[in-house]
Ligand binder design. Structure first.
Ligand SMILES: Nc1nc2c(c(=O)[nH]1)N[C@H]1C(S)=C(S)[C@@H](COP(=O)(O)O)O[C@H]1N2
Ligand SMILES: [Mo]
Length: 334
């Protein structure tokens, strides 16, 4: 995006996807755990592995509403090795708390996540404001293990906990004229030091076409690794759209608005030639300043020198979402 670190611009010349011994072991263990019926909690413990050294910030812990029930949604469980919790909760993009990857984990401690309400409004027959505790009970929680691909060229594998955004959308009954969903996130100058920077127009706004928002893979997440979301990952609730670049997955949502026009999104406003409305992961469409053909899996042995993986069309979710874009020129609608 605008502020780039050396790491994000790094491109290793080879791009073949290798399976390291460590990743293989992890995968095997994961499969065994699946066979044993392990839920989110033990998955979480395993994800920490031998690196269960104290994370940078205290973990928020469990919440009764969070369940580790595995999802039956197609594509919602990749058998790849999970990214370690310590990486997923300490290497973050959350510009409201600073543009450096390490800043959100430190600065977001001050984010007040209670009380919290989400206004759902616009072209719906039942506009309503939901309290976070009502949202936690709105639908059955499940664990979804998704790849997360940042537009900067790195990726993670994260076990989220939540339910499909569609469950919430059903409650408000969109009108026939509703074609898009605008997702607005918190902009609180008191708790968010990053708002002093004009790197983006605040609040951070994202958007989806209504059919994308209704897709079962589109997740409203309240937790990760079997626990409550850490503030730096978007507490108390965030979106996760696994086939799109990570910036489409807005954190700390406060408003969901149904519209008949394509919403103006924060990154599209900031740099329209670089960040389109769709932002589907696409190895064939380069960012104007770097290739999107490969990615670096965070935490993988070798660090910056680790072999980069091939980026998959729609981040590997093409069987599930490809039909949403049938007939569209994806280099035009990037
Ligand atoms: N409100 C808000 N949401 C945001 C961002 C942000 O800066 N502000 N960054 C996005 C980007 S670029 C990415 S890659 C993901 C990162 O999510 P994670 O830190 O949980 O891995 O959050 C997205 N959601
Ligand atoms: Mo990102």
């Amino acid at each position: 995006m605008i502020v780039r670190t050396a790491a994000s611009g790094f491109t290793h010349p080879t791009s073949s996807d290798i399976t390291s011994q460590a990743a293989y072991q992890s995968r095997r263990e994961w499969m065994q755990r699946l066979a044993l019926g392990a839920g989110g909690a033990s998955l979480a413990a395993w994800a920490g592995g031998d690196a269960l050294a104290q994370p940078a910030t205290a973990r928020p812990g469990k919440l009764a509403a969070l369940s580790g029930a595995r999802s039956s949604v197609a594509g919602a469980a990749t058998p790849e090795a999970l990214t370690r919790y310590e990486h997923a909760s300490a290497y973050n993009n959350f510009y409201e708390f600073g543009t450096d990857k390490a800043e959100p984990a430190v600065n977001a401690k001050s984010l007040p996540t209670r009380p919290w309400t989400v206004a759902v409004e616009g072209l719906v027959s039942k506009p309503r404001s939901f309290d976070i505790d009502a949202l936690l009970k709105l639908s059955a929680m499940e664990e979804r293990i998704y790849r997360l691909r940042c537009v900067e060229g790195w990726s993670m594998v994260i076990p989220w906990v939540g339910y499909s955004l569609a469950a919430l959308i059903k409650q408000v009954q969109p009108l026939g004229s509703a074609k898009y969903v605008e997702l607005v996130t918190l902009a609180d100058p008191k708790s968010m030091p990053g708002l002093r920077s004009n790197v983006l127009d605040w609040p951070y706004v994202e958007g989806l076409r209504l059919d994308e928002a209704l897709h079962p893979l589109t997740l409203l997440a309240f937790g990760m690794y079997g626990e409550v979301l850490p503030n730096q990952n978007g507490a108390p609730l965030r979106l996760v759209v696994p086939w799109k670049y990570g910036f489409k997955s807005g954190k700390s949502l406060v408003k969901i608005r149904f519209t008949d026009k394509e919403p103006r999104t924060a990154w599209n406003v900031a740099a329209p030639q670089e960040y389109g409305f769709y932002s589907n992961v696409n190895p064939g469409v380069a960012h104007p300043r770097w290739s999107q053909a490969t990615e670096r899996r965070i935490g993988e042995e070798g660090g910056l020198l680790a072999k980069r993986r091939k980026t998959l069309m729609f981040n590997g979710y093409e069987p599930q979402v490809g039909q949403l874009y049938a007939g569209m020129d994806l280099s035009k609608f990037f």
